[in-house]
Ligand binder design. Structure first.
Ligand code: G16
Length: 541
């Protein structure tokens, strides 16, 4: 079958952000928009002739049609095989696993993660490399460069193929292999965790609730938590994936998973609750009467990982994104592991994991993961918690109290100011950046600035350099603030302000009260209220 060459023009703004290209769905559906970007991926990675690719998405609106477009374009450019989940659905960690397990050359993930889905919401396309992880900056830069010179794309004129039926079909000379999206991932989890101990815990009356938020993890959670581990039917709620996520915002945090969050502070609370996001790579962890911040969750899991069979040999090291709290560093220091701080974006963990420098890594943005795949992994984190709960027999609240008693408490919160005028947000960051050299030693509200920097990172494995990755201001007594602009939004700018304080002997339980001096110091230095007109953040996590 002959490929068809379609003439096109470069489309401005096709620059991948923190995690692939995320835009309004309507924009992705404009004629040629998706096609241009996909052809630019092929061009940016040196073509797909003879290659094996994985393709899958979180099932959001346009996932099905986009998958058909990409299959035709892969076939037209000579790909040998595309492996996809039934219905072109794969959670992000399952896609990463499939790329690795099948030795594929790379993969395309269709998702805008935790952003809402639907014709008026968001869509995204991300390229992952052969290690299963998001393409590093050099590759995304090459893809972006390719978008700027594109003059044509290749496709086939063929009807849609049936992606509901498992097995192999052909599209031109290319094999399309449709696999069960859940099985291989669920099998991998059984190699990492003590399913027997977790089954015994659930048999003993331990109650859990997992909110799949009408997103991709529903079938994965039903298979693993209810079928393989024996959690009571109905433990997984909002389990049916919907193209618009039931009109919800599939972001597992106290704001967007509020019903679950609030339930955990009532007498009806189960012992353990968790939620995942649109594409299944994020997680929120809660116990009865307690919300565990993602940074604390990472620290706790690092400290207890040896209780899980897959990690019984200990950890090689840990990594966190720079804005993530330093709680995990404190565990690493006590245990003698190396602790790395990378820029925001899971792609920065890839080289460290590949080189065997770290075993566990995580981010404040509800992402935790390990070297089992090259993406963060929501259900994996839930299972690791369950494994630790099963082996220790302790509650979530007990485990955290003991953790803080041993390592001190790193108080932490992120304040998001969403859809801020992009010019205002950029000017705020630029002015603060310009002021950095004079900040050390200066008083800011009640705190004294110890140091201030524009975070830059040199990858210890491949030497690549990433500049201007967020402004980090350290205050006396271990307090810290980070300011940066989100790289995943699709409207205006989102200003993220990350606040942190440390107490060796923690007092009280009001995170925002403990962090109030840090917030006041940021206000004194950056003038967020005056510049944006916002008195309060839109989202606090
Ligand atoms: C992506 C990245 C994460 C990052 C998060 C937030 O997650 O993979 O590494 O922490 O975005 O990024 P930003 O602060 O730039 O908005 P996801 O779950 O959206 O793919």
């Amino acid at each position: 079958m002959q490929p068809v060459t379609i003439s096109t023009q470069p489309i401005a703004g096709q620059k991948p952000g923190t995690s692939g290209l995320r835009k309004k769905t309507a924009q992705f559906m404009e004629p040629g928009y998706l096609e241009n970007f996909v052809q630019a991926i092929w061009n940016g990675i040196g073509g797909v002739a003879g290659k094996v690719l994985v393709l899958g998405g979180d099932g959001r609106y346009f996932n099905d049609r986009a998958a058909q477009v990409i299959l035709r374009m892969a076939a037209a450019s000579g790909a040998a095989r595309v492996i996809t989940g039934a219905g072109a659905i794969l959670s992000t960690p399952a896609a990463s696993n499939l790329i690795r397990q099948r030795g594929a050359d790379g993969g395309i993930i269709l998702s805008a993660s935790h952003n809402p889905g639907g014709p008026d919401a968001d869509f995204g396309v991300k390229y992952n490399i052969a290690n299963g992880g998001p393409a590093p900056e050099a590759v995304t830069a090459a893809i972006h460069a390719a978008t700027e010179t594109l003059r044509h794309y290749l496709t086939l004129e063929t009807p849609d193929i049936d992606l509901a039926r498992l097995g192999e079909t052909r599209l031109g000379d290319m094999v399309v292999e449709v696999v069960d999206p859940v099985a291989a991932y669920a099998d991998l989890m059984e190699t990492l965790f003590d399913f027997k101990a977790m089954r015994a815990l659930l048999d003993s009356g331990f109650q859990l609730r997992f909110d799949a938020m009408h997103a991709v993890t529903g079938p994965y959670a039903i298979e693993i938590l209810e079928r393989r581990l024996g959690a009571a039917p109905g433990s997984v709620i909002n389990a049916r994936p919907l193209p618009d996520f039931g009109q919800g915002h599939p972001d597992p945090n106290p704001v967007w998973a509020k019903p679950l969050h609030d339930l955990m502070f009532t007498p009806q609370a189960p012992d353990f609750a968790a939620a995942s996001d649109g594409d299944g790579d994020r997680n929120m962890i809660m116990g009865r009467g307690i919300y565990v911040t993602p940074s604390d969750s990472l620290a706790l899991l690092a400290a207890q990982a040896h209780l899980c069979p897959g990690y019984a040999g200990g950890l090689k090291g840990v990594a966190r994104s720079m804005p993530t709290s330093q709680a995990v560093d404190r565990v690493a220091q006590a245990r003698g592991w190396a602790a790395h701080a990378t820029p925001t974006g899971w792609k920065f963990f890839g080289t460290l994991l590949d080189a065997g420098l770290v075993t566990l890594c995580g981010e404040e943005s509800f992402g935790t993961g390990s070297d089992h795949v090259r993406e963060k992994d929501g259900l994996w984190a839930v299972l690791m918690w369950l494994n630790v709960l099963a082996v220790t027999g302790r509650s979530v609240a007990d485990l955290m109290a003991a953790h803080w008693a041993e390592f001190g408490r790193t108080w932490y919160s992120r304040h998001d100011y969403e859809a801020v005028d992009a010019g205002v947000a950029t000017a705020l960051m630029e002015d603060l950046r310009a002021a950095l050299p004079g900040l050390a030693g200066r008083q800011a509200a009640t705190l004294r600035v110890e140091s201030a920097e524009d975070f830059a990172y040199t990858d210890p494995v491949d030497g690549s350099r990433a500049e201007s990755q967020g402004i980090q201001i350290r205050f006396d007594e271990g307090a810290r603030a980070v300011l940066r602009l989100s790289g995943t939004g699709t409207e205006g700018a989102t200003l993220r302000v990350y606040l942190e304080a440390f107490e060796q002997t923690p007092q009280g339980d009001d995170t925002q009260a403990v962090l109030a001096p840090v917030r006041a110091a940021v206000e004194a230095l950056a003038g967020i209220t005056v510049r944006t007109g916002r008195k309060e953040p839109d989202v606090i996590t």
